[in-house]
Write a protein that binds this ligand. Sequence first.
Ligand code: CA
Ligand code: CA
Length: 542
Amino acid sequence: MRKIKKILQLVTFAVIVFSCGSGGLNKSKGELIGVKGKKYFPEKPYGMVLIPGGSYIMGKSDDDIASIEDAPTKTVTVRSFYMDETEITNSEYRQFVNWTRDSVLRTALAIKAEEILQSDANPESTGGIREYAFIEADTSQLSVYDKWKLENEVYESDDEYYANQTLNWDVDLILDRNDYPDNEYLEVVESFFLADDKVFNERRTWDTEKFIYRHKYSDVTGSKGYMKRMQERKDDLVNALLEEGYIDETTAGGFPTYTFYEDGRDLIEDAVEDRIVITDKFMQSEFPDLDRSKFIREVPVPIYPDTTVWIRDFKYSYNEPMHNDYFWHDAYSEYPVVGVTWFQASAFCEWRTLTKNAYQKTKKKKSLVPKFRLPTEAEWEYAARGGLQGGMYPWGGPYTKNDRGCFMANFKPMRGDYAVDQALYTVEANAYDPNGYSLYNMAGNVSEWVNSSYESEAYDFSITMNPNVNKEENNKKVVRGGSWKDVKYYLQVSSRDYEYANQPRSYIGFRTVHEFLGADMTANTMTNQTIQKENNKRSTIK
Ligand SMILES: [Ca+2]
Ligand SMILES: [Ca+2]
């Protein structure tokens, strides 16, 4: 049994002095006035619409023809949130790809430049690859804290060191083979292209596997996550104390309480009379593996969409043109991105958050924005219903054609005939009429990854307020809405389907959501007019 020291001895800091000084009383006049922050105005992100929160009946009220019975009805409540009007398009995803590609290239160039500068006989020489070196932090402009951090930072690896240096984005990348500034630059950039003998169409082709986004997230609720591990360790500790005879357990009113013995009381922080309070902070100081930084997970995500999905998903059809052109060709810019895994979709969300907040930080008056993320399954279904109670499809239903005989979405209306609805594969992300929340293609076109994992045993959540089940170890993630290759059953707002998180498909894409902070409007308190007004505020980039 290891000795547990009493660590909290500094309580004497809690001193209340009213005897001298005004203590800021003039400002508050002695009233409780709160601490003022910046004024926060929720801003509708570009390309998103506000979905007012509310309660609804989730699941299949209609006949479950496939009798999968994985979606029984349940009343759930979701908070207000913003959602992308359309599926994320090729053009939007290219912004992520280009940013990652450029930062990977710039990092490689900067590392090479640093090597050269350090070995240079003539350190004064400039130009060529040296232009791409990391920017020396100009410490005269830094705050005391940033300066201190810079000087005291210890990096565990070269990778980590490089990841914390500042890239020089002011000098343009040169990718034209005729214009490389010097041999070192050439070597670095060419190493990111496929060797000519591996290229089929004589086009210069990036070696896409080399463009990796380091997707970071903190594992709080997973099976090996912070909360689980913390609870296990606390239980172990209490058991050990019991065994050693430092405490006795008495069960009163259903709760275990503990009686301390004299020598045991000194052992542990905050042991107050019969109650044992073992704080997270205490545990972290005793068990270093419980430090929160140990629960930051990093998943290396190759960011290029897998264009071979067009060929692999449909072995016996001729999809070469889609394979070659779908992601990059201007003709498909406004079409939904496909061939992205759940991890790529999640990385995209993180990148979008970081990009927005990097901008916000440059503006004094702007607060940081909450995370962009994948919707939970409950949010997705609520949004798909577009404010209609008990509708079968985003437009209500029960038919898939409108009164002029036109199809309402892109799917496979008849056995074997993908194109009766005028669309063979995907269509532009804003095709067809939007639903009551101004969302396009919540049924059909491409299925959409959501954050939740798929449990075949019906909805595996007991909490009905913002429910979500995302079990890290469950690699099956829910996809929703059906796609161009699906029959109409999958287009229903309540139909569930799944795919493995690392499996890209030619018929799965995604869209993102963004927390709405502020007076929580609900569909009940907001009239349709105010929703419309909010959503008609066209976000513009000034
Ligand atoms: Ca179709
Ligand atoms: Ca869709």
